[in-house]
Design a protein. Structure first.
Length: 456
């Protein structure tokens, strides 16, 4: 895995993300401004309170509020105005002095860590989508989609990663990838087989490089990159994401903020059952993240029918009577030099995926698939995701401290003791519930101990 080196400096193209619209000077607008307070401190830790306020509001809300004469006053004002910001470190009763379970409030350090209003801004997560295709998402859960569809792999206000999957009759694969920087409209585009030719215009806040069949986009100043590898007529996508770029992202790579995988309407998709089971259930997920026709679709060769409508199909079969033809399909090329076996792959989930590949195609070549041999996989901590709670089992909220269970990196669960995996415990009196029956299991806070990014 590529080492993470260098100091933490926000790329220039991210600075626009701190700007907030000033459609009305009401409390909602003020709260939205307060959510940018940590980001603005990172942008320039030398800000005084007036400069900080201008950054938070994009200079659209006039002077700082009355009775605000310091950064500490501004933090207190935000906590009083916006109770939902109770999860932010600077809204604690007293400033953090030890090692809290959440990251500490921004300091004068050039590389502060913080929790920016629920977005895990200092987190590093990984997503891998590799031929057959297997999807390993931000929180390390995984699933299969075996059809053909143009999909959003990653989508937020800063970046889009679009992919095309196409059927090969015994399996499906990624055939195209487009990386779009939404603030500059710069992009990288590639199609398997080199037709049309690979095109790159990304120069702002990131650097593109190409070595043989590997294409890499390195983001400036943060330990984050996108790696695309050509392997025969297949592409693999490996992303090391940093929260300053990938916070709030959704798509086939999962939910950065909430963990797991969700459809575009927010409905949770279950990854239970592993690779083979999810291949039978993932088509509605892919449909929900299907890319609309151009100009939204930035792939080199969008999948469109005669009427210009997107094509998205659940089958891995191509040819006559199928949604996709086989005329552009190259069969998997046997690699006679490949002496490896699936059981030599270090990661257990990837080894199982390799075995399924061989079962589907009859070719042992999959054991030498590059993203299996050089995996990009960062172990995710449950503390990094703000898991939504069941409507009948909600966290209790303290006016000053916010959602108590969430602050410990936990979630409110019924039957907590039965659900808690090793390393977790169940805490009482941190959740509230609406129980219909006297004997219904109580709602408790399931929390990892210790819950710290330093001890994943």
């Amino acid at each position: 895995m590529k080492p993470f080196l260098g100091s933490f400096v926000l790329p220039a193209f991210l600075l626009a993300s701190t700007a907030l619209s000033a459609d009305a000077q009401n409390e909602n607008t003020a709260c939205r401004a307060c959510q940018s307070l940590p980001k603005c401190l990172v942008t320039n830790p030398a800000f005084n309170y007036e400069e900080l306020w201008k950054c938070m509001t994009n200079a659209n809300l006039g002077d700082p509020p009355d009775n605000v004469n310091s950064i500490a006053d501004l933090e207190d004002w935000c906590c009083e105005k916006c109770l939902d910001l109770g999860d932010l470190p600077y809204c604690q009763e007293g400033k953090p002095t030890g090692s809290p379970s959440k990251s500490p409030a921004p300091s004068q350090s050039p590389s502060p860590t913080f929790d920016c209003a629920g977005e895990c801004c200092d987190c590093i997560h990984t997503c891998t989508i590799q031929p057959d295709p297997h999807y390993t998402v931000w929180d390390n859960t995984y699933y299969d989609f075996q059809g053909g569809c143009d999909q959003y792999a990653i989508k937020n206000d800063i970046i889009e990663v679009q992919i095309a999957t196409r059927p090969r009759s015994t399996y499906s694969t990624i055939t195209q990838v487009t990386v779009l920087m939404k603030n500059t409209l710069e992009s990288f585009k590639i199609a398997a087989g080199g037709a049309p030719p690979t095109a790159n215009t990304i120069v702002t806040g990131a650097t593109y490089s190409n070595t043989g069949n590997v294409h890499t986009i390195d983001f400036s100043g943060v330990p984050s990159f996108i790696k695309i590898t050509e392997w025969g007529s297949n592409l693999s996508l490996q992303v090391v994401g940093h929260g300053t770029i990938f916070s709030n992202s959704e798509g086939m790579c999962g939910s950065w903020d909430l963990g797991g995988v969700r459809k575009s309407d927010g409905t949770v998709y279950s990854t239970a059952g592993g690779w083979a089971a999810t291949a039978l259930t993932s088509f509605p997920l892919a449909q929900s993240w299907m890319i609309p026709p151009p100009p939204a679709n930035q792939l080199l060769i969008p999948a469109l029918d005669i009427g210009g409508n997107p094509i998205c199909d659940a089958s891995k079969i191509c040819g006559p009577g199928s949604a996709f033809p086989c005329n552009a399909v190259r069969k998997l090329q046997a690699d006679k030099k490949c002496k490896k076996r699936c059981n030599t792959i270090d990661d257990e989930a990837f080894a199982d995926a390799c075995k399924l590949d061989i079962e589907n195609t009859g070719s042992n070549t999959w054991a030498c698939q590059p993203s299996y041999l050089e995996p990009v996989l960062e172990k995710a901590s449950p503390c990094d995701f703000n898991k939504p709670d069941d409507e009948k089992c909600k966290p209790k909220k303290d006016r000053k401290e916010g959602y108590l269970c969430h602050r410990l990196g936990g979630t409110c669960e019924t039957e907590c003791k039965d659900k808690a995996p090793p390393g977790y415990t169940c805490l009482k009196d941190l959740c509230k519930e609406k129980r219909k029956k006297p004997n219904q299991p109580k709602c408790e806070c399931m929390v990892p101990l210790p819950c710290s990014r330093d001890k994943k």
